[in-house]
Design a protein around this ligand. Structure first.
Ligand code: KIV
Length: 261
């Protein structure tokens, strides 16, 4: 199923039903997105993590619609097969339903096929309004990077009974509101597994154990291109930083040594 045809929200639903796991990665530019698409990733997310991994910011809070639209356009141009999902940046969906629909619609006009927002049951009305306007929405629960000021940091969620129950309710409210999938970030593995079992829509985990319906990682992390900090759940599949530095050093040596022709 994953070797042919464009991935849609319906494909993801079928993958959950058949037990085929979903591979998702972030991308922010044309070339990386085209390489990931050729490799066969099912989802490419233009994450608001762009703000940290490409722009060097301390958090995702300063990502804005203008940047998300630029990066969405570049990624969407490159992708033939994967489902392209754009993250909605901080303050683009919290202020009013009208703003949420307008901003999500602009991300679709820039080439995304769906959007992602952070938050649990309180955001169910926002999900419902966007879905009713024809915009597929992915939810995001657990550790919410856009809310780190409220939570006091980037902590694992769902470790105790109350927090696990709350996450369960959040997930179910988002499904009820029409979300087609939910990212579960930094959540105790057994809680993420229970949420996954209880839902009809697929869950995509990041630091949430192996029992989700799929996994997502930030592409710069898996390629060794972001070393400011490395979350414990990240797996490095390549170490490109020294290769880039070596290539640049060789070029500089050639130029300075008058060997460059
Ligand atoms: O912004 C992002 O990259 C994300 C993923 C890590 C899920 O939200």
């Amino acid at each position: 199923m994953t070797d042919t045809g464009k991935i849609t929200v319906k494909t993801l639903q079928k993958m959950k039903q058949s037990g085929e796991l979903i591979a998702a990665l972030t991308a922010y530019d044309f070339f990386t997105a085209s390489f990931l698409d050729s490799a066969g990733t099912d989802i490419i997310l233009i994450g608001d993590s762009v703000e940290m991994v490409l722009y060097g910011a301390e958090s995702t809070l300063t990502a804005n619609m203008q940047k998300m639209l630029f990066h969405t356009e570049a990624v969407a141009r490159a992708v033939n097969r994967a489902l392209v999902i754009a993250d909605m940046p901080f303050l683009s969906y919290q202020t009013s339903l009208g703003d949420a629909i307008q901003n999500a619609g602009e991300l679709l006009q820039a080439g995304a096929s769906a959007v992602k927002i952070e938050g649990g049951w309180k955001f169910a009305p926002v999900v419902r309004a966007m879905v009713d306007s024809g915009i597929p929405v992915m939810g995001h629960i657990g550790m919410l990077p856009q809310s780190f000021n409220k939570t006091g940091g980037y902590f694992v969620q769902g470790k105790d009974e109350d927090s696990a129950r709350q996450l369960m309710e959040d997930a179910s409210a988002l499904q009820e509101a029409g979300a087609f999938s939910i990212v579960i970030e930094k959540v105790a593995a057994d809680t993420a597994a229970k949420i996954t079992e209880s839902l009809e829509i697929p869950t995509i985990g990041i630091g949430a154990g192996a029992k989700c319906d799929g996994q997502i990682l930030v592409v710069n992390d898996i390629l060794g291109l972001f070393d400011k900090f490395t979350p414990p759940f990240v797996k490095k599949y390549a170490d490109l930083k020294p290769q880039i530095i070596n290539a640049a050093k060789k070029y500089i040596e050639d130029v300075k040594g008058k060997k460059f022709k």
